[in-house]
Design a protein. Structure first.
Ligand code: CAA
Length: 296
């Protein structure tokens, strides 16, 4: 039975994952190398719980018990020693993930399942650095985690039926809808999403239409909650570029080549909302944004 969860990485995805597990009554150890990242994560979780409280989706007792279910750590071994499940949500960098999984395999109990929230890196490759590839699986949450219903559950080459079923059931316990997919570049979510975002960037790059026009077409014409350029800013242009590179390298097909404008923006540090500017410019601490002066 799964009771104790360790979440590795306290960034945007890690804090959301800790939030949803803790809200469903699991004991969560949230671990990050940075104390600052941990304090920021707790502040974000508190803010998101307050928002839910204000909208009467939860009561004060649920807010307090959720926060009480989360403990923070900077030492991975300490945070993982009683884990039934570890969910890794570190930066989307293959070398970093391989290093983390090699360490997790050493410090986590033998019975523990090791899951990764990777958005595109091969589960099979990550599993291969551990001595328990049958217990390694993809558990891909969507941002913002407390709101989005999907969990893309990715089976690596050696993941067993038993582990897959357990993670599917666990996702349902969190109130999510799990979808089982196989381990090929970009899985399903990003294999379909990223070419759309890349095409939107090409449409801008080739001068077919402006930022707002492209986003309006997709928002009002296709009922997407955000246009693709706004969504790219929300995800992070660095993350979009990294995923497109995985698709391009993995399939060797030029249709996945990242648009040169995306590459330039990442090199310039204009990586979207978290940096204050991407296709749009954001006013810190508010919900306000306007088209970036670079595209006016
Ligand atoms: N925690 C808790 N609740 C939150 C929240 C958070 N972090 N963020 C938003 N919400 C809630 C709000 O309280 C609000 O609730 P009600 O409907 O009950 O009022 C609801 O979500 C909508 O929020 P807002 O009114 O503030 O804003 P919005 O209507 O503009 O919606 C959004 C914001 C939910 C992000 C919406 O724009 C959306 O769905 N966008 C698309 C997001 C998306 O596509 N995500 C997937 C990205 S891809 C990915 O994550 C995977 C990858 O590998 C790259």
């Amino acid at each position: 039975m799964i009771k104790n969860i360790t979440v590795v990485g306290a960034g945007a995805m890690g804090n959301g994952i800790a939030h949803v597990f803790a809200m469903s009554g699991f004991q969560v150890n949230l671990v990050d190398i940075s104390e600052i990242a941990l304090s920021k994560a707790i502040a974000t979780i508190t803010k998101n719980l307050d928002r839910m409280l204000k909208k009467e989706k939860i009561d004060e007792a649920a807010k307090n018990s959720t926060l009480a279910n989360i403990n923070t750590f900077t030492d991975t071994a300490e945070a993982t020693k009683d884990a039934d499940l570890v969910v890794e949500a570190a930066t989307e960098n293959v070398d970093l993930k391989l290093k983390i999984f090699a360490q997790l395999d050493e410090v986590a109990p033998e019975k523990a399942i090791l899951a990764t929230n990777t958005s595109s890196i091969s589960i099979t490759r990550i599993a291969a650095v551990t001595g328990r590839p049958e217990k390694v699986i993809g558990m891909h949450f969507m941002n913002p985690v407390p709101v989005m219903k999907l969990v893309e559950v990715i089976r690596g080459y050696s993941t067993t039926d038993e582990v897959t079923e357990l993670i599917m059931d666990l996702s349902r316990t969190l109130g999510k809808v799990p979808t089982e997919v196989n381990d090929y570049p970009g899985f399903v979510a990003n294999r379909i999403l990223m070419p759309m975002i890349n095409e939107a960037i090409y449409t801008l790059f080739e001068g077919v239409a402006g930022v707002e026009e492209i986003d309006t077409v997709m928002k009002l014409g296709m009922a997407h909650p955000m246009g693709p350029l706004r969504l790219a800013d929300f995800i992070g242009l660095d993350v979009c570029l990294a995923i497109l590179n995985v698709l391009h390298d993995g399939f060797g097909n030029p249709k996945y080549a990242p648009c040169p404008l995306l590459v330039n923006m990442v090199m310039a540090g204009k990586i979207g909302q978290k940096a204050g500017e991407g296709f749009y410019k954001y006013t810190a601490g508010t919900k306000d944004f306007v088209v970036s002066p670079s595209f006016k």
